[in-house]
Write a protein that binds this ligand. Sequence first.
Ligand SMILES: Cc1ncc(COP(=O)(O)O)c(C=O)c1O
Length: 375
Amino acid sequence: MTARIRQREATFGSEEIRAVEDVLKSGWITEGRKTAEFEEAIASLTRRKYTVAISSGGVALFVALKAAGIGAGDEVVCPVYNMIALPNAVTLAGAKPVFVDVSSSNGNINVEKLSEGSPDARAIVPIHMNGRNASMLEIGAFARDHGLVVIEDACQALGSKLNDVPLGTGSSGSLAACISFHPSKIVTTGTGGAVVTDDEEFALKVRALKDYGQTTRGKVEQLPDNYKTWGLNFRFTDIQAAIGLAQLQKLEERMAHISWLYRFYNKEIDHSFRLSLDDQNGFLPWCCDIRLKKPVNEKLKGRLLSERGVETRLPYKPMHLQPLYASSAVGDFPGGVETWQTHLWLPTGPHVNEERARYVAEAVNEVGLRVHSEN
Ligand SMILES: Cc1ncc(COP(=O)(O)O)c(C=O)c1O
């Protein structure tokens, strides 16, 4: 096999094409009936009462923080190892991110370090990194003791469960969870996101924030005469919703495929150069990943691509090493550094069939053993 195997590939079929065509022909493309249908489907999937579809996962985080009353002068606890969307959403809300280290066995906030965060924080945003549950029971208990609002970043967790309960449901007392429908995700709407919650008043605030202060969806453009609350246009579209609804039809099949692929890689990739990851019952990875014994993921990534045409992806550089947050982050965060340097995301998705999966596993074994013995 010589063709390049991509780490990710957005996969669409005739269902998505037909669904978009129907919306275009209907003459209504901004959010309306289709968006409502999509929101109901996401609410049922995440077992939350209310879903508000929104323009992206990052905007969902920003709007959820604002609707929770987080603003100037507030501090928000965030894992140091994360996608930059979260601290940027915190700063856009006017607040300050306070970073806490993560555990390199799962990339999630290390609950033993929670007390090292700020005593003045008002909120905490754990991430279910790569679909791995962020110890929500412990976080919920900590938040209750310290009076913190909890908002879950479930952008990588749609389809992932803990003992049959979908991540993001709020069983541990979180106010809301945020989801992303970026093309790298298991269900995509081109770009897009959602806030899910059980709190009706909060859901209405989110709806107003993303629609110039209005809370009615799908009405012909008639803005209110008197604006009571601030908002902007972070709306969804019925085109996105139509794509999303067609994608949701394939969710079960995709989940089964990713579970199979993760198990396949785990069985076929040599354990002598890697460590185990902390996987729980019901876990579904966003990207099939491995954790290396030595910090050689960058070298392995480069060689896999140049020698074998296998595209992989490096995880996130921790925030204290990002120029944007280096001066405000206090500490050296060894768990975040180790996660960044030892985790590697492998080709994942419907485009990786058994023949390709076997090729990837063989390439990782061949190049991985060599790179590890050199270091
Ligand atoms: C953990 C996490 N948070 C937030 C986001 C932001 O989502 P979006 O790209 O839809 O803005 C992502 C997207 O990849 C993510 O993985």
